[in-house]
Design a protein around this ligand. Structure first.
Ligand SMILES: Nc1ncnc2c1ncn2[C@@H]1O[C@H](COP(=O)(O)OP(=O)(O)OP(=O)(O)O)[C@@H](O)[C@H]1O
Ligand SMILES: O=C(O)CCCC[C@@H]1SC[C@@H]2NC(=O)N[C@@H]21
Length: 344
C-alpha cells in the first residue's frame, strides 16, 4: 500500500489500524484521504449540524488563542472525557477526524502547516469541556486544552520511541529542541452552535500535526520521528512507528487525561494538580530565557519563564524582577533570548 498516491489515508483504513483507532476512546474516527484542514473540516461539521438543528447560524471558527472562552457557545456535544455511553455530537458529527493529506493545513497566527501526503499525522478532535457531571469547566481553564493535547503527544512519542519529547509553550512539541508537532485549538463560535446544550461549555476543535516519516521539513527548526529514530540510529532494528500507531497512542493518552481532568477540573489543572504538574514537568520553556514579542511593539519583552498561570498563561520574570503573564494570543515569539537553550 502506498499512502502517498490516490489514497493517502489507506494506512488508517487497514483492518488492524481501524480496530485500534475504534478502541482509542473517541468512537468511530473519520478517515479522510485529502482535506484542506482537519480543524476547519470538523468545525464546519459541528456548525452545520447545529444549523440543521436550529435552522441557522454562522459557521467559521476562531483560534482559541484569538478568542475569549467567555464568548463561547453553550453546546450539547461530545464531552471532553469520552466514555462508553456518552452521546455522540449533534447530527452524528465525529469526535475525531484524521486526514491522509492536508492540502491547506493551518498553524497558529494563520501560518501554513505543510506536510506531504502520507507522511504526517494530521488530525483533530472535538471537545466540549465539561466535568464528569456534565458541568462546564471554568472558562479560564479552557486554554489548557492545547497543553493537554501537547501532554498526550509527548506521552505517545515517549511510549512509542523513547524520544525525549517536551512541550514548548504554548503549542509545540519538541524533540532535541526541534519542532515535531504543532497544535491548533479552534473555538466554534456561539452563532455556529446554536447556543443550546451543556451549561456554558464551548465546543473546541483541537488539532495536531505530528511529523512522522518526513526526511525533509519545511523549516530547519523542525524534525520528524523518522529523523529522531531511524536516521539517528546505528542499528537496523529501529522502526519508525506507523501513523495509525501514533494516532491511536495520542488519542488514548488524550482520552485518559481528559477523563482525569473531568473528575475535578479545578483540582487537576489548579496549583499542584496532578495533570498540571505533569504538564509543567514536560514544559521545556520553564527556566528558559525567553523573548516575548507582543503585537504592535518593536522590542520583545525579555525575561525568564518561571511557571504557568491559572489559565495556562506563561509567567515571565522580567529583568526588573517583576512578574508578567502572557497568553498565547499575545505572544508572537517565545525563544531562548540569548544562545539556544540558554537556562536562567
Ligand atoms: N510540518 C511542519 N513542521 C514544523 N513546522 C512547520 C511545518 N509546517 C509548517 N511549519 C511552520 O514553520 C514554522 C516553525 O515553527 P516554530 O515553532 O519554529 O516557529 P514559532 O514562531 O515558534 O511557531 P509557533 O507559533 O508554533 O510557536 C511555523 O510557522 C510553522 O507553522
Ligand atoms: O504550529 C502551529 O502553529 C500549529 C500547527 C497545527 C497543525 C494541525 S494539523 C491538524 C490540524 N489541522 C490544521 O489545519 N492545523 C492543525
Amino acid at each position: 500500500m502506498d499512502a502517498t498516491t490516490d489514497q493517502p489515508a489507506a494506512d488508517y483504513r487497514a483492518e488492524d489500524a481501524a480496530r485500534a483507532l475504534r478502541g482509542a476512546g473517541w468512537g468511530e474516527v473519520e478517515v479522510l484521504d485529502t482535506v484542506a484542514s482537519t480543524n476547519a473540516w470538523l468545525a464546519e461539521r459541528i456548525a452545520a449540524a447545529a444549523r440543521d438543528q436550529t435552522g441557522g447560524g454562522a459557521s467559521h471558527g476562531a483560534t482559541l488563542a484569538e478568542s475569549s472562552p467567555r464568548r463561547a457557545a453553550p453546546r450539547d456535544s461530545a464531552p471532553c472525557a469520552p466514555a462508553p455511553g456518552d452521546a455522540a455530537p449533534a447530527g452524528s458529527v465525529p469526535r475525531a477526524v484524521v486526514a491522509g493529506f492536508q492540502a491547506g493545513g493551518r498553524g497558529r497566527l494563520n501560518r501554513q502547516w505543510v506536510t506531504p501526503p502520507g507522511t504526517a499525522v494530521t488530525f483533530s478532535v472535538a471537545c466540549v469541556p465539561v466535568d464528569h457531571a456534565g458541568r462546564a469547566w471554568s472558562p479560564e481553564l479552557v486554554p489548557w486544552l492545547t497543553l493537554l493535547m501537547a501532554h498526550a503527544v509527548t506521552g505517545a512519542v515517549r511510549d512509542l520511541t523513547g524520544a525525549p519529547a517536551t512541550i514548548k509553550w504554548p503549542n509545540d512539541v519538541l524533540v532535541h529542541d526541534r519542532k515535531l508537532c504543532g497544535i491548533l485549538a479552534t473555538m466554534v463560535p456561539a452563532a455556529a452552535t446554536g447556543g443550546t446544550g451543556t451549561g456554558s461549555a464551548p465546543t473546541v476543535v483541537v488539532g495536531a500535526g505530528i511529523n512522522v516519516a518526513q526526511t525533509e521539513l519545511p523549516v530547519p527548526t523542525a524534525t520528524s520521528l523518522r529523523l529522531e529514530t531511524v536516521a539517528g540510529s546505528s542499528t537496523d532494528d529501529v522502526a519508525v512507528p506507523t501513523r495509525p500507531a501514533v494516532l491511536t497512542a495520542v488519542l488514548e493518552h488524550l482520552a485518559d487525561l481528559l477523563a482525569r481532568v473531568a473528575e475535578d477540573p479545578a483540582r487537576e489543572l489548579g496549583p499542584h494538580g496532578s495533570v498540571r504538574t505533569e504538564i509543567e514537568e514536560r514544559l521545556d520553556t520553564i527556566g528558559r530565557r525567553v523573548a516575548v514579542q507582543l503585537p504592535g511593539t518593536d522590542q520583545p519583552a525579555v525575561g525568564t519563564a518561571v511557571g504557568l498561570g491559572a489559565a495556562g498563561q506563561l509567567v515571565v520574570r522580567g529583568q526588573d524582577g517583576a512578574l508578567r503573564e502572557f497568553s498565547a494570543g499575545d505572544v508572537v515569539h517565545v525563544r531562548p533570548a540569548a544562545g539556544q537553550g540558554a537556562r536562567a
